[in-house]
Write a protein that binds this ligand. Structure first.
Ligand SMILES: *[C@@H]1O[C@H](CO)[C@@H](O)[C@H](O)[C@H]1NC(C)=O
Ligand SMILES: *[C@@H]1O[C@H](CO)[C@@H](O)[C@H](O)[C@H]1NC(C)=O
Length: 413
């Protein structure tokens, strides 16, 4: 009986999924000279049969590219003609997506506390509500406005003291990124009932934590198009959605992203053109007088990014930030041996401007601002298997505690 229900629910999930990616393949491409970078940049702009999960701004880094079966031969031909190295990481991405969904359906819903799987927006909100009900002495729900489709942008405030310095945490800006909301719920759980060190962090700081800034995009990714990136607001013509992760008012549109509404990395018609970024920015503004830290989380890349993306020259407290970041990534690697590279986005990642972290640093200059680009380095990308979810949660939590520890050690916090 139980098995039957399980199978039925799996089937219904697969059936409601409208967009399929049969025989789409995931590539990792390694530019070695400037000319390769230019080629990849043109490819991203001009070719509709490829989707860049990660673009590349530096020789020695990599691009992560999904290609349709029709476009595959052409892509390989173009790469070989220019002697650009590449690896095929996944032959059929639909298989990886199905495995994720199967894995997800196996969750035992009688129990709440599982990080062996991805969490949905509904589950996260119910769980946060439950926490606020049962731990009302120091956990409360907070709202940063509503999405375009009217969903609350819900978070929790965790504070055992009063009037403490504030740490702001956010994730889930990209629909297809199921990892960061789940990693953030683990952080919440540890802060609420974890170790002595975690508990102390809730006495010394007030935490304002939003696991999902793009609830519409996340729902759409869960129900219709697994690889949806943007929010769901109709923009121009038949185009829908803006990449919220590039819509913040800090050097908006300078590097990375697209001005073409139909593209999956469309940055919007202007900074803060979207209701989600606008209302969250107002929320951050409202807590800015006590804001000392902002921690952002996204899939994927294994990078710890520090501000700013647009500038190759170190600004503000760059030196301290780099030291804190490197030590924290040392702590992150202890548990599972995962290696994160630390630096500005321009130097170690895609260099895209208009991020929330850059906006917060630029506007309010809190001393500790980091963006975790979580697992992995392009082997699975957004299709990271469920068996890596818990390890990712654990190591990321270790690194958050280490960031606070090291920042206090350097008298930055
Ligand atoms: C949405 O947020 C409002 C506060 O802005 C709250 O009163 C309401 O209960 C929330 N609704 C849901 C479904 O969480
Ligand atoms: C940061 O470090 C560099 C090299 O390590 C040094 O030249 C520079 O003066 C430092 N900047 C500040 C503000 O301490």
């Amino acid at each position: 009986m139980l098995l039957k229900i399980l199978i039925l629910s799996v089937l219904s999930t697969v059936l409601t999924e409208e967009v399929r990616y049969d025989d789409y393949s995931l590539y990792k491409i390694y530019p070695q000279i400037e000319e390769h970078l230019n080629f990849l940049s043109d490819l991203q702009k001009e070719n509709d049969g490829v989707q860049f999960w990660k673009s590349v701004s530096q020789v020695g880094d990599y691009a992560s590219v999904l290609t349709s079966p029709q476009e595959r031969d052409n892509l390989e031909h173009l790469l070989r003609k220019r002697s650009i190295d590449y690896d095929v990481m996944i032959e059929n991405i639909q298989k990886a997506l199905d495995d994720q969904i199967m894995g997800r359906k196996k969750r035992d819903t009688r129990h709440w506390l599982f990080w062996t799987n991805y969490w949905s927006v509904t589950q996260i909100n119910e769980w946060l509500q439950n926490l606020a009900d049962t731990r009302s002495d120091f956990v409360s729900l907070i709202y940063a406005g509503r999405s375009y489709e009217g969903r609350n942008i819900t978070g929790v405030r965790i504070a055992r003291g009063t009037n403490r310095p504030i740490i702001f945490v956010e994730g889930g800006q990209i629909g297809a990124d199921w990892l960061s909301p789940t990693v953030i719920t683990y952080l919440v759980d540890q802060l609420v009932r974890g170790s002595f060190e975690a508990q102390r962090a809730t006495e010394e700081f007030e935490w304002h934590i939003f696991p999902v800034l793009n609830p519409d995009g996340q729902e759409y990714s869960q129900n219709v198009d697994r690889l949806w990136i943007k929010n769901r607001r109709p923009t121009t013509g038949s185009a829908i959605g803006v990449d919220l992760s590039r819509n913040w008012n800090s050097h908006w549109g300078i590097i990375g992203g697209s001005f073409v509404p139909a593209d999956e990395n469309f940055i919007g018609l202007g900074p803060f053109s979207e209701v989600e970024t606008r209302s969250v920015s107002r929320y951050v503004e409202s807590i800015s007088s006590r804001l000392v830290s902002s921690l952002s989380f996204r899939a994927f890349g294994q990078r710890l990014l520090i501000p700013f993306a647009h500038n190759i020259y170190p600004t503000y407290n760059y030196n301290e930030t780099i030291i804190i970041g490197r030590r924290a990534m040392g702590s992150l690697s202890v548990r599972h041996g995962t290696h994160f590279t630390v630096g500005t986005s321009r130097v170690v990642h895609d260099g895209a401007t208009g991020s929330i972290a850059d906006w917060i640093k630029h506007r309010f200059n809190p001393p500790v601002v980091f963006t975790h680009q979580l697992r992995d380095e392009g082997a699975w990308g957004y299709t990271l298997p469920v068996n890596q979810v818990l390890p990712s949660c654990e190591e990321t939590f270790d690194s958050v505690m280490a960031i606070i520890r090291e920042a206090k050690f350097l008298n930055v916090l």
